[in-house]
Design a protein. Structure first.
Length: 495
């Protein structure tokens, strides 16, 4: 045994020495050192494992060399970005010998094409940095979500991140028009042309985006940029019923020519928790809304920014007109429109504080789901009625404009979380999702946390296709193992 252990240790030493030769000794962190600790867990702290090392390349060629070296030694690779994930996708699993490949040093904005309205950035660029760079050039990089101050481009691509503006601009996949990536054999795909039309074969870009690092390492990407809005109208609504939300959304879209950028579901329970945990945040309406909607409409049209006969920007007048009609019909009960940039930012702060508020509130099980818009009200009412007798208190918010709900189950007042029938509540939720043609993962990815649900709910033919693609590109199974695709044997057992 001692000889075998020594041989393994020697092989690991050779690997780490090789990594040091590629990226420099200072950029290879021993996996059990304190300095490497932040890389060994995701934002939740639920998933942890000690890698052989954390390796921090600076260039695409260094990534390619590291991947080739690891393949030669049979060592797995776990790509890592800003570590804001919620599903354990960027953390090694304990039964694989792995390195963490941190892309944080690949942080260059390589190019910005003002005329073509595109930007080329490396995987380690922080999302907010990309937003600021576009804004400094009079354009908008619209991908936005709560962790944008630390989340990195590579992670957003890896999980096909969504956020609050998907209703207008689409997910990360829809914003991306080219990638550079290192495949499991160490070869490099260079497809950073930024072409809007290129039908010259399989779209490998769309295959790698959302694959959570299981098919390769994305090192850079080209993104579409958009014109800077000249005017915005932001507000908070109280609706008579969640079932009326699609009507409100469509009325705003029709009146403003598709100007809705955010349309967020914020019911009373969620806003109460936010206000309790963050004393500086106040209820936006004098009478708190049981069915609250936070919305923002924007336009880059000069005509929409000009003052109309009433002295307000024409866009705001359009919004007022739509809301007034809906209030006359009894669909909207009350409305607040931000009258200053600070009021607008206060509303955004309220929306983006929800995850921290729920976390501070106590233990909770978070579901990241999507449904057809017409089915959302039925899902929420059915689930709320089902889990209340079990002792749960739902804390729900959602990107309602694109059908994405974050349905969180917390313990009702006086209930002990550990004694609640979570498995029963989850089974009820997934049964409702299947019945209503929903999805159990909308924007947070699969990682480790949703493998069991994938086993049970993902169509067998789709899982088979995913495994075939994985086998073709990564026959040794070294790219981010134990994530995204459930093992064949485990899936069989779950049937």
């Amino acid at each position: 045994m001692a000889t075998s252990s020594a041989r393994v240790s020697s092989e690991q030493d050779v690997l780490l020495q090789g990594c040091a030769q590629i990226v420099g000794a200072s950029q290879v962190l021993c996996g059990d050192d304190d300095i490497a600790l932040p890389f060994r867990q995701d934002w939740t702290g639920q998933y942890t494992a000690i890698p052989l090392a954390v390796v921090r390349p600076k260039t695409t060629q260094e990534v390619a060399d590291i991947v080739s070296l690891c393949r030669a030694h049979g060592v797995s690779i776990v790509p890592s970005g800003g570590r804001t994930g919620l599903c354990g996708g960027g953390v090694p699993v304990s039964d694989h010998s792995s390195i963490i490949l941190s892309l944080e040093r690949m942080s260059a904005v390589r190019a910005l094409d003002v005329d073509g309205r595109s930007m080329t950035v490396e995987a380690g660029v922080i999302l907010q940095t990309a937003q600021d760079h576009a804004r400094d050039n009079g354009l908008v990089f619209p991908l936005t979500f709560g962790a944008q101050g630390s989340a990195m481009i590579g992670g957003a691509l890896s999980t096909n991140a969504g956020g609050s503006n998907v209703v207008k601009y689409g997910t990360t996949r829809e914003l991306c028009i080219g990638i550079e990536a290192v495949l499991p054999d160490g070869s490099v795909i260079n497809a950073l042309t930024g072409l809007r039309k290129d039908n010259t074969g399989y779209d490998l870009k769309d295959l790698l985006i959302g694959a959570e690092g299981t098919l390769g390492v994305i090192t850079a990407a080209v993104f579409k940029l958009h014109p800077m809005p000249l005017t915005r109208t932001t507000g908070f609504l109280s609706l008579a019923s969640l079932a009326d939300a699609p009507r409100v959304l469509n009325a705003l879209q029709d009146r403003t020519g598709g100007g809705v950028e955010a349309f967020e579901y914020m019911p009373l329970a969620a806003v109460d928790v936010i206000c309790r945990e963050f004393s500086a945040i106040r209820q936006p309406l004098e009478t708190p809304a049981d069915t609250g909607i936070f919305f923002e409409v924007a336009s880059s049209r000069k005509d929409d920014a000009e003052a109309g006969a009433d002295g307000d920007p024409r866009l705001q007048s359009m919004v007022f007109a739509a809301l007034e009609e809906l209030m006359e019909e009894g669909i909207i009960l009350d409305a607040m429109i931000a009258q200053s940039e600070q009021q607008r930012l206060d509303l955004w702060t309220m929306r983006e504080s929800i995850l921290e508020a729920i976390t501070a509130n106590g233990p909770a099980y978070h579901m990241d789901i999507s449904l057809p818009l017409a089915a959302i009200a039925e899902f929420v009412s059915t689930m709320d009625a089902a889990v209340a007798p079990m002792g749960f208190r739902p804390l729900t918010v959602g990107h309602l404009g694109d059908g994405n709900l974050h349905y969180a189950l917390s313990a009702a007042q006086g209930q002990d979380w550990e004694s609640l029938p979570l498995a029963q509540a989850k089974a009820q939720a997934f049964a409702q999702l299947s019945r209503l043609n929903g999805s159990f993962s909308a924007e947070h990815g699969i990682g480790q946390s949703k493998l069991d649900v994938m086993q049970k709910l993902k169509e067998a033919s789709q899982l088979a296709a995913m495994r075939a693609i994985k086998q073709a590109l990564d026959p040794d199974g070294l790219m981010n193992p134990g994530k995204f695709i459930p093992a064949q044997g485990d899936t069989d057992k779950a049937k």
